[in-house]
Write a protein that binds this ligand. Structure first.
Ligand code: NAD
Length: 265
């Protein structure tokens, strides 16, 4: 079997029930892109572990998923807290017998700030959440995926990593550059274990995340997008589903842009 083509999938038709009885863990699953992705995987029959620092929000998503045919479990977790992340992974494996997919959506730009105004707290908090959070969850789940000889990791980066966030978010943009690079390195290091890792770099997406952008910044973002709108969280979630499916297992390591044609300078 060639590297990157999973034995476990060779007899698996590319059917609509591919995700039945498979399990995804989603950080930041209580809101925005994470929540939309949770609902999309539930639609496909997957078990969903909704992990978020907002435990009540995670419970709400789990309750709505349980109205469908899928099972779900809420975990209140701060992804910057490594022991808590290890407990979350163990609880997820225990609940569903294993975890096939990790989707890291937890992330934030904190507040917007010009470069010279970035203080030590904003810098540290941004890197703790966006970089340490992704590092912690990946390092914690990889031994389990290696044991299974199967797993897909999807990390949310941002188109900002290509633009640098000049004037308002260099702290954020550079942290997302780290996510792109971290995903690349992990994908290449674990390729022979049947594990893939891909990052997604969205343009502006209409979620609570944008509440830290001023109306002027939001307007300039949409003006700059050829499609003249923000993306929806569902449009990102459907890409996560595609990446995790067996549709294109040659896809690993690189980042996928979803941005209405590009933009935000
Ligand atoms: P969102 O604010 O709606 O969701 C983020 C979720 O992460 C929230 O539920 C929040 O409670 C959770 N979270 C925050 N800190 C956490 C922590 N320490 N531990 C666990 N969970 C935590 O925002 P969103 O737009 O859905 O953002 C999802 C991801 O997409 C983020 O990584 C963001 O940087 C990225 N992104 C967003 C956009 C956009 O325009 N919305 C564009 C590019 C990238």
């Amino acid at each position: 079997v060639p590297v990157g083509y999973n034995e476990r999938n060779t007899n698996m038709p590319k059917t609509p029930d591919f995700f039945q009885n498979r399990t995804i863990l989603i950080t930041g699953g209580a809101s925005g892109i994470g929540r939309a992705t949770a609902e999309i995987f539930a639609r496909e029959g997957a078990n969903v572990i909704v992990a978020d620092i907002d435990g009540n929000g995670a419970n709400t998503v789990v309750e709505s998923i349980r109205q469908t045919n899928s099972d779900a479990k809420a975990v209140a977790v701060d992804v910057t807290d490594r022991p808590a992340v290890d407990d979350m992974i163990a609880a997820g494996i225990e609940a569903f017998g294993g975890i096939d997919y990790l989707f890291n959506s937890a992330g934030s730009a904190g507040r917007r700030s010009s470069f010279l105004e970035i203080d030590a707290d904003l810098w540290r908090q941004t890197y703790a959440l966006n970089v340490d959070g992704v590092f912690n969850t990946m390092q914690s789940i990889l031994p389990h995926m290696m044991e299974n000889r199967y797993g897909v990791i999807v990390n949310i980066a941002s188109m900002a990593h290509r633009r640098g966030g000049a004037g308002h978010s260099t702290h954020y943009a550079s942290s997302k550059g780290a996510v792109v690079t971290l995903t690349m390195g992990v994908a290449r290091e674990f390729v022979e274990h049947g594990i893939r890792a891909v990052s997604i770099s969205p343009g502006p997406i209409d979620t609570a995340f944008q509440s830290t952008s001023s109306p002027e910044l939001k307007q300039s973002m949409t003006d700059d997008v050829p499609m003249k709108r923000m993306g929806t969280p569902q449009e990102i979630g459907e890409m996560v589903l595609f990446i995790c499916s067996d549709a294109c297992e040659f896809m690993t390591a690189d980042t996928v842009y979803i941005n209405g044609g590009g933009g935000f300078r």
